[in-house]
Design a protein. Structure first.
Length: 322
């Protein structure tokens, strides 16, 4: 709270590139939407690139660690007036900046009533902020879970508030090993998102324990530390900024492997959908998928965008609904 509320006044004050790594190139719609966001909101934002999944129209989205609200105001335009975006952040000053500009943005977007709200609270305790079970289609977060001492609680709460078939789409910092106590207690490294980084293998075990499908890696890029004193504290540990997607797959959707055909219906991804590092779906092309991916596509908001066939090419599976 001190680091993000007082020490940092602008992104240029950061000492590493951990919090400014782009997840992947922004689609044109997102770039255009960003142009509409108030300059104070953008200036007071310290996240690592934008985390924008596909297929967002009319979705309910929760942004963990929403800061000054940049991503929320961008997503507000992408979900449309019938969608909704909630931002929650532990830093009161940041929440105040976000709230201050609600009327400005709704007028700019031409919305009759606000489709965004900002809450002051902790992502480990979403219930305390009044967030109900199974109330969101998507949970996003951008380089903030490393700042939470209890990562398991964050994932457990995200799982709780997601609807069946919902997705957690998030970028964060991961370490090549478990971190020593001297690194974990370093104030600047904590504020810069490194000291709280999860050992990457632990993400997989926590996700499974909470109930999510195995993490799908979307992108990853190395983090550089341009400070000799900080490098000496870190030693031989290496860090990456990575984007993962986790799904809350209901057991009723689980079957065997299948074949899927993308129909090309997602705006901005008509020719191909780069789902993660393993699966790129091209319009009209038959793709063999494992049981996990078949269940994800069948149960999630992507169901209507695919023809999903169980097992062999001839056995058509019933379609899920968005």
């Amino acid at each position: 709270q001190d680091y993000y509320g007082k020490k940092l006044q602008k992104s240029a004050d950061l000492k590493t590139n951990a919090c400014i790594t782009l997840a992947r190139p922004l689609p044109k719609a997102a770039r255009d939407a960003l142009e509409n966001v108030h300059e104070e909101v953008v200036a007071r934002y310290y996240g690592c690139g934008l985390v924008i999944p596909e297929c967002l129209t009319s979705c309910r989205i929760l942004d963990l660690g929403s800061g000054s609200g940049r991503d929320c105001y961008l997503l507000s335009q992408m979900v449309g007036e019938r969608g909704h975006v909630t931002g929650i952040d532990m830093t009161e000053g940041q929440v105040e900046v976000a709230k201050k500009h609600i009327a400005y943005h709704m007028a700019k977007f031409g919305y009759q009533k606000p489709n965004v709200e900002f809450l002051h609270g902790y992502m480990e305790k979403l219930g305390d902020a009044g967030l109900a079970d199974e109330s969101y289609d998507i949970v996003i977060s951008n380089c903030v879970i490393n700042l939470a001492p209890d990562k398991r609680a964050v994932l457990r709460e995200a799982y709780r508030v997601l609807k069946p078939g919902g997705e957690m789409y998030f970028s964060d910092v991961y370490a090549s090993q478990r971190l020593s106590e001297s690194v974990q207690k370093h104030r600047v490294l904590w504020g810069e998102c490194l000291a709280g980084a999860l050992y990457w293998r632990d993400l997989y075990s926590i996700a499974e324990e909470v109930g999510f499908s195995p993490p799908c890696l979307v992108t990853a890029s190395p983090i550089t530390v341009g400070d000799k004193e900080l490098e000496d504290v870190i030693g031989d540990c290496r860090f990456v900024s990575a984007t993962f997607r986790l799904f809350k797959v209901p057991s009723s959707s689980r079957a065997g492997p299948g074949q899927v055909i993308y129909n090309g219906g997602i705006v901005g991804h008509e020719r191909e959908l780069v789902f993660d590092a393993n699966f790129t779906f091209k319009e009209g092309e038959v793709v063999d998928v494992d049981a996990e991916m078949a269940a994800i596509l069948r149960s999630s908001r992507f169901a209507e965008e695919f023809l999903i066939r169980a097992g062999g090419a001839n056995a058509a599976a019933p379609q899920g609904c968005c």
